[in-house]
Unconditional design. Sequence first.
Lengths: 502, 507
Amino acid sequence: MLEPVNISLEALNLSTLMPMLIAIGGGLVILLIDLLKDNLDKSLYVMLTILILLVDLGSTMGITYGVTQKGFFELLLMDGIAILSQIMVLVASMLFIPLSLTSKRFHEYSYPEFFALFLFMVAGFQFMVSSDNLILIFVGLETASLSLYTLIALHNRSNSFEAAVKYFTMGALAAGFFTMGAAVLYGISGSLELGQIATAISERMSESGMMALLLGGAGLLLAAFAFKLSLFPFHTWAPDVYEGASAALAGYMSVVPKIAAFVVSMRIFEMFIELQVHWVQTMIIVLSVITMTIANLMALVQEDVKRMLAYSSISHAGFVMVAIALATDKSNTGVFLYYALFMFTNLGAFTMLWVSRHKNRVHHARFDHPYEKFAGMIKIMPMGAVIMALFMLSLAGVPPFSVFWGKIYLMSATVDAGYLWLAVVMGLNSAIAAYYYLKLVVYMFLREPSSDINQKTVYYNVSRPLLTILGFAVIVTIGSIFMVNPLIEYISSMVQASNFGI
Amino acid sequence: MDSILSILIFFPALAGFLGFVVDKNSAKVYGISVAAIELILSLVLWGKFDLNNAGMQFVEKIDIIPQFGISYNVGVDGISLFIIIMAALITLLGIILLRDDTKNMKNMIVSLLFLEMTMVGVFLTLDAVMFYLFWELSLVPMLYIIGAWGGPDRVYAAVKFFLYTFAGSLIMLVGLLATAYLYHEATGDWSFSILDWYTLELTETQQFWLFLSFFAGFAIKVPMFPFHTWLPWAHGQAPTIGSVILAAVLLKMGTYGFVRFSLPILPDASVTFTPFIMALSIIMVIYTAMVAFAQKDMKQVIAYSSVSHMGVIMLGVFAMNAEGLGGSVFLMLSHGIVSGALFMLVGVIYERRGTKLMSEFGGLAASMPVYATIFGVMLMASVGLPLTIGFVGEFLVLLGFYHVSTLGTILAGTTIIIGAVYMLVLYKRSFFGPMTNEKNRDLEDLDKRELTALIPLVMIVVWLGVYPKPVLEPIDNSVKLLLSQMEKKAISTETKEAIVISKKEAK
């Protein structure tokens, strides 16, 4: 006869599970509303989603700071970086979801399922970042990814389906790599918890053949995350997927999934680096250098602004990946600082694309946002041109705009760790990148507008919520100099609290 | 008025923001008023400046990112004081010289005011990150000025200008970050304050690499040979106002960077690199002078001659003695005024004729006597005729450099001769001789607008040429302080010997 299992409620520590439960419950509520009453406007769902995310944010912040908490059969780990990244995911989601309030009707937002899926995805990311158990990380990753594929496909266009299928196939491959890598680690240690894996590996480090096993484990995991972070050579899906997805979703994809993937990479790869598995570090550095360089070179030749931004976000991810290889407190702080600032600028840039989006391709047979569309924008709509130029300069890393502070902090972390040459490479890559951002600025300010473009055609999709979001992005991009200090202070306290890095 | 430096930096920026609202027909008057107030403020600063104090004055410090050691930190000494005044003056006169029918006048004025903020900011800030911030930010309005009002290849020239400088300064940024890290290692504090860095002891290897990284940023800006290729493009395509500010002020950022960063922070490396810099500078001086001689376009002659003179400034900076360094700071001022004026003059004739080719002109002295006179004065100043502003600086630099290398001085001295040759040839071809082109016969002489812009420069050229003392003295004080700091900080005895603070000590 089986022993009755006794679990005390305190050991479950349900408060750690609260944030995800809120997001999932919220998604179910939205589905329920749809069941009870038809034909409700999308604005209702958008506002509900924002409120649910807000409650979610509140409960995340409510979890005691600085104390690492475990909960739910030791599966959940609420340490500093888990809370921090959840906050960033939630804030980014709250900023991106109002982008569905466009003035033109887009098919996908008429389904409440869109918003429910969105909330499930957020819950998935929350699970992913707040666990050190490979199974739960995998579950979170797949929940989020499957929802995301569907969200992309909901944008009713042939190349959206293409994008979703492409992303799905690639994602499935990555999932395969992840499970195989996890299996190898389980074989080594008999556990799926990163802490125990680390202990087991360090004990068995001297055994012969151990390195080959680790090569399998860490290498497969690295490949899996290279897919998710769009690192070379697994980056090729990104431009097509960004192009197929709506601009709003593409902007979201360039930030939130990456934050989540970076947090998990931090947990996994910095463990290996701490265990003195040197080739992991070398490999990550090599990957990130190649990623930034290749993506920058590819971005130079793009004809479409959205594809250019896709390559640019690949390059930014490569830039940040350096921090994972350094594995210091400062570099980990840099990752979050970078994405906290990059988030707003990229949000702004993609919103500008979204504002100017037409249902059909009116400017170019192949692309939605060719450079020509922006030609002479300063004459047609000076404010819009100035704002877009601001985002471009910020992405290029011109001080004092937001991304510059992230760049300087990460470069400083690189210099501190003794990798001067790497810092120079990062600097030179920023200089290459300046060219393609500048290309758009040149089109907007120094070219003549083509005759059939006027304010109406560019501001086609504008609405008040979109302008509000743009306003947020502009304020943060310009005023970032005053936000950097509190951000660094908060982030580094959280990072140090989770006792990470070497 | 303790915060006069902040007012100097942010007044033009604020005025630039407000300028968006001003009606486009009144934009020029608005620009002139703002630039005039800025000039008056900078003169007030001179008036309040304590001439006996060689150190930093009017220092303000506000922490912005204390976690990372970045603060808003400004101060002025004898070296930066006059560059600020020169920048304000050139901006004002440049705006006066703008034609009333310039297209998009409002955008032009707003860009110029933002540019003025960044220029003043670069020279006043004492924090390395703020320095970098203003340095990079100055590229943006200049990109727009060249790209929007320039010649046929303006977009290429503007982008080339931007990318060249941007790439160099990112390498400089790595150097700045490394210095901050070394400071952190030494003291446990994060600081980007230059004054803190002056006290930092660095080994010779560290200095060597840091010098190279600073060099990448500054040398491109100067521009040193062989990094000068962006400049002829920029000058060739830029509108008059763009060339004036580029030559007069923006290039000085590079030499100023050497004076403010490389020398005092890295004294040993500066001395080690002196032969290298000297060689580059001498090549630059002679080579660009010869290139200038071969040009057919008046503006290109002046552009190359301006590069050639920047080489002389570099020689002075690395002479490591009070005469050379003081002379080169003075030469920065005189170069700003003279080359600014020459570019203005070329702009004047370009507006009338739509061409800058020397072959199109000839006998201009007959139809435009006043113009010819002012051109002549500026040309003499550029060549370095005694009793003009150009002579004082050039003489001091060569005098200072003589202590370092006799041969180098002789080689550099030949530029005065080559300079005289190409400048006089330019003058001869354009202003004297028979009037071969009928179009030149009825050209109008300078009008009131142009005279207002040019006469003050002529007066300064003569005044400072005859009586440079009020400017030279504060410069000299600060330069000596800088050299003594260098000497104190230097670790090798060779460096200490190379640095000569005053002649008496040397003997």
